[in-house]
Design a protein around this ligand. Structure first.
Ligand SMILES: Nc1ncnc2c1ncn2[C@@H]1O[C@H](COP(=O)(O)OP(=O)(O)OP(=O)(O)O)[C@@H](O)[C@H]1O
Ligand SMILES: [Mg+2]
Length: 275
């Protein structure tokens, strides 16, 4: 089957089955079809064990389904070799993991530079791109700190900077606010919101209804199946607009990099980025 709708992400009848045919068989995904257009902002919600991370791993080309087809940008990624999948990940997808997954021996700047190294970006250009990414999350002044010298919220923001350093088309975030207090979590959500406003497609997993409400579409998964899909929620209606209204225009993220090119223009970490 070809890519029918032209959407950015097309999942057709995806199954992820562990120990198939055995007594211990688990259908982590049990026939999932999902279409996501460029620029969407989706929250995936569901109970523990429902299949959210499994779905995210497949969306992020970190895992392949047992059955089904996945078209990303019109290409069936289920047919790709591992090294080709790695290339797709590096070029198109930014990951934010719940446990941050920062390398403890590297500074914030070096952590953010990593995906750029894999992309073959060199020298001062790479350094500048990483610094810009840290600036966008309000951590320009912490670039020489190692993860152990930073708070959980700061580490999460470094992880976000790493995810956005390559300007990915898609950001996948598994419980991006899971380990954070509500205020820090709100800041992270504002950053994601601003990225989406600037055009990045975002799929996030969350247990938190307030976080899910920030997304423009909610998909509920239960026992490996999609049981609810709100479709696009009107951004100008309901609590989301009220929430976003108090936090300033999220689109600032798209202009901040241009206006803050000199070191003196950088805002202090605390209130920091234009986000
Ligand atoms: N390698 C594996 N072998 C067997 N079963 C697995 C494996 N990985 C995941 N599962 C099972 O697949 C199901 C879905 O797991 P998944 O990690 O996607 O859940 P989740 O929705 O992300 O849960 P949580 O909210 O707790 O993170 C679970 O029942 C899990 O036990
Ligand atoms: Mg999970």
């Amino acid at each position: 089957m070809g890519n029918l709708t032209g959407a950015l992400i097309e999942l057709y009848n995806i199954y992820k089955i562990y120990n198939e045919g055995h007594e211990s068989e688990v259908r982590a995904l049990d026939g999932v079809s999902l279409s996501v257009s460029q620029g969407e902002y989706i929250a995936i919600v569901g109970a523990s064990g429902s299949g959210k991370s499994t779905l995210m791993n497949i969306l992020g080309c970190l895992d392949i389904p047992t059955y089904g087809d996945y078209y990303l940008n019109g290409e069936n990624v289920c047919n790709l070799y591992d090294y080709e999948l790695a290339q797709v990940r590096n070029e198109q997808i930014g990951f934010i993991f719940q446990g941050f997954n920062l390398l403890s021996g590297l500074t914030a700047l070096e952590n953010v530079e990593l995906p750029l190294i894999y992309q073959g970006v060199h020298g001062s250009k790479r350094r500048q791109m990483a610094m810009d990414a840290l600036d966008r999350v309000g951590l320009y002044e912490r670039m020489d700190h190692k993860p152990g010298q930073m708070s959980g919220g700061q580490q999460q923001r470094v992880a976000i900077a790493r995810a956005l350093a390559t300007n990915p088309n898609i950001i996948l975030a598994d419980e991006p606010t899971g380990n954070l207090d509500s205020r820090t979590g709100e800041h992270v959500i504002q950053i994601l919101d601003a990225l989406n406003t600037a055009g990045t497609t975002i799929v996030l997993i969350t247990h938190d209804p307030a976080v899910a409400q920030m997304a423009r579409r909610n998909v509920r998964i239960k026992d490996g199946r999609i049981v609810e899909d709100t479709g696009l929620i009107d951004a100008d209606a309901g609590p989301r607009a009220a929430f976003a209204g108090g936090n300033g225009p999220p689109s600032q993220i798209s202009t901040h990099g241009e206006s803050g090119s000199g070191q003196n223009a950088r805002s202090p970490e605390a209130g920091g980025s234009a986000l």
